[in-house]
Design a binder for this molecule. Structure first.
Ligand SMILES: Nc1ncnc2c1ncn2[C@@H]1O[C@H](CCC(=O)c2cccc(C(=O)O)c2)[C@@H](O)[C@H]1O
Ligand SMILES: [Zn+2]
Length: 374
């Protein structure tokens, strides 16, 4: 895996190398049905999941049918092939074709509400959802309409499903400093920024998109009270993670996969309690990591890093958060208590306040105790 990530530059733009592991095969084999049932009912927090990347096949198909000029198939079965990626660059290309389907504030509201419903089904009590408002405003969605749509869905989801949503606005780094400026404005202008916004991120390809150039934008976002959560070390080496820590003052790292190549970095993350938002299946689906068995999650845990498990773009990767917990159970050899600790890591790493964190942690403990003494 180390070597694989070290050659991220080639991977990100590599020629198609054939069909990747079928998503069917990504479902953690060998995880007992009973443990899966435990995971399904376990109260959880999701810290790294993208708004558009969470659109279910049904929603994508519905939007594609509404917009027949799009290349996105409107048949949910054809979507499985469409969501099979040859490399990271291909993934981003497909991702943007789905972004193109979201054209009105009503599309935004529907998507957000349906994402919350799916999170609630998986017993997610709290989620920080990453949105890329620049991608919507540049496609002509009115900024106020966008903010009203997400806030309306957030409030409805909390009232109807009991799932608390908070927002992370991310800069699509490859779209350049214009995107950085617009994202920062939308995140810091009191007249437009939504009430549920808690953090500021940076996503998209890493190659050719050095992190330090975004420092002034992160400085402004942090000064406005937002927390820093850039992607780093997903498709490039550990120096990108150092850059995110040093220049962007990252409080958590999105992915951070290549940190495993640098023992000093692992020690730093552990000592300073900087959590990693690990998304195992995503890393296989985008071909950032060759196979689940080569995923460095074990090395992170061994080094004492606070590991959280997340789903990134679940329907696009043929997974969901419950499946990511099953994958983690297999890779880390976790039982119910281990899974409960993993769920509590996410609560601890979240931007919920103390009482909010304590409420979910207590619920996790009560659920686990009831399960083990049933
Ligand atoms: N695994 C992931 N790792 C990283 N990012 C991920 C991942 N999953 C989803 N994303 C999302 O992809 C977006 C990328 C968008 C982008 O690059 C771009 C470039 C040029 C123009 C435009 C446009 O909108 O016109 C957009 C990111 O902002 C992020 O939110
Ligand atoms: Zn991501």
């Amino acid at each position: 895996m180390t070597e694989h990530i070290a050659h991220g530059e080639r991977r990100e733009h590599s020629a198609p190398t054939g069909r990747p592991e079928n998503p069917e095969h990504l479902v953690a084999p060998g995880v007992p049905r009973d443990l899966r049932a435990f995971i399904a009912g376990l109260p959880k927090a999701e810290l790294h999941v993208h708004h558009v990347g969470s659109a279910s096949p049904r929603i994508v198909a519905e939007l594609a049918a509404r917009h027949p000029d799009s290349a996105v198939p409107s048949d949910p079965e054809a979507l499985v092939d469409y969501f099979t990626f040859t490399d990271f660059a291909h993934f981003i290309q497909v991702y943007l074709s789905v972004v193109d389907l979201i054209r009105t504030p009503e599309d935004v509201r529907l998507l957000t509400y349906e994402v919350a419903r799916e999170l609630a089904r998986q017993q997610v009590r709290y989620a920080e959802l990453t949105l890329t408002p620049f991608s919507s405003t540049r496609r002509g969605i009115d900024e106020r309409g966008f903010m009203e749509a997400i806030e309306d869905a957030r409030k409805a989801a909390e009232a109807e499903f009991g799932t608390v949503l908070r927002w992370c606005f991310d800069i699509p780094g490859e779209a350049g400093l214009e995107a950085a400026e617009e994202t920062t404005r939308l995140a810091t202008d009191d007249r437009v920024r939504p009430e549920g916004l808690v953090s500021f991120g940076l996503g998209g390809p890493e190659i050719g998109v050095p992190r330090p150039q975004f420092k002034p934008y992160f400085d402004r976002a942090i000064a406005a009270g937002l927390r820093s959560v850039p992607h780093a070390g997903e498709t490039t080496g550990p120096e990108t993670v150092w850059d995110a820590l040093t220049h962007l003052r990252a409080e958590r790292i999105g992915h951070g996969t290549s940190s495993a190549q640098d023992p000093k970095l692992l020690a730093h993350l552990a000592e300073h309690r900087v959590p990693l938002e690990v998304c195992p299946t995503s890393n296989i689906a985008t071909r950032a990591v060759r196979s689940l068995d080569e995923h460095p999650i074990r090395e992170f845990v061994r080094a004492g890093v606070l590991v959280t498990v997340n789903s990134d773009d679940p329907p696009m990767f043929g997974t969901d958060l419950n499946n990511e917990y099953a994958v983690a159970a297999r890779l880390l050899d976790l039982d119910e208590r281990g899974l409960a600790d993993l769920a509590k890591n996410a609560v601890r790493a979240s931007f919920l306040d103390g009482p909010g964190q304590a409420r979910i942690a207590d619920e996790i403990d009560a659920y686990t105790m009831a399960w083990l003494t049933r």
